[in-house]
Design a protein around this ligand. Sequence first.
Ligand SMILES: C[S@@+](CC[C@H](N)C(=O)[O-])C[C@H]1O[C@@H](n2cnc3c(N)ncnc32)[C@H](O)[C@@H]1O
Length: 267
Amino acid sequence: MRSIKNALDFGAAQLKNVCDRPRYEAQILLCHATKLSRVDLVVKEQTQVDTTRFESMIARRAKGEPIEYITGLASFYSREFICEKGALIPRPETEALIDRAIDLTKDFDAPIIAEIGAGSGAVAVTLAMLSPNIRVIASDISGAAIRVARKNIERFQVADRVKLIQTNLLDGVDDDFDALISNPPYVRADYPLPKPASFEPKAALIGGKKGTEILEAIIALRKPVLACECGYDQETTLREALKKNGYKMVEFYKDYAGLTRGFTAKQ
Ligand SMILES: C[S@@+](CC[C@H](N)C(=O)[O-])C[C@H]1O[C@@H](n2cnc3c(N)ncnc32)[C@H](O)[C@@H]1O
């Protein structure tokens, strides 16, 4: 048992070399462990609480495990998605891919969007949540990712409009869609990943020796309308692949840091 204040002091001290906002993360973990609200933490700071669960969460976080895997939740496009180790933690920069997909399909009354690499399902579910007219067919090669995506589809009750298929790229998927989108693995095999990424599935991050292999395989599918996330240093390679595969209208977009983060392309 500890007082709330003492628990937060302890947690923040344990996390001070692990993250940028140790006290804030300690608050999140304490709320999660005790089911208290953030307001409770302030108004009841002298109250004694059982901190067994909190301390074990702090110990995991102190070893570098991402907070999303500890709480089991990750925030994406203003919603909280179930987040488990079999699937990549959705990243804020991928929100730009959602905006591109919406823009590419804005002229369709009831667009069907295909996604390669559903992961947690955050992208597919978000698209379905943005309009009741959107349908998504999302593939993933990983059974573990498919299981997490299925949980998010249930959580947000979009099973009637988001279909999942465990397959390589689009193998076995009908061509009956209006746009193909993907945030595939695009990190090169010898890239030194930061510590938190070592807790994520390698197959969700590593795109091959160069990093662009899966992106190039997606481009080679020659689907008429395409939007993908990519690495900041992959524009030249991907422009070449897009040209070779007949794409004429190609636009690369940047992230908030001003770095190349993805592209849209039409045949
Ligand atoms: C970077 S994660 C993206 C997950 C999610 N869409 C997101 O943006 O958070 C890439 C996903 O692609 C999947 N993947 C890797 N190779 C694949 C392939 N050949 N075919 C289908 N999915 C693949 C991985 O299992 C992983 O879930």
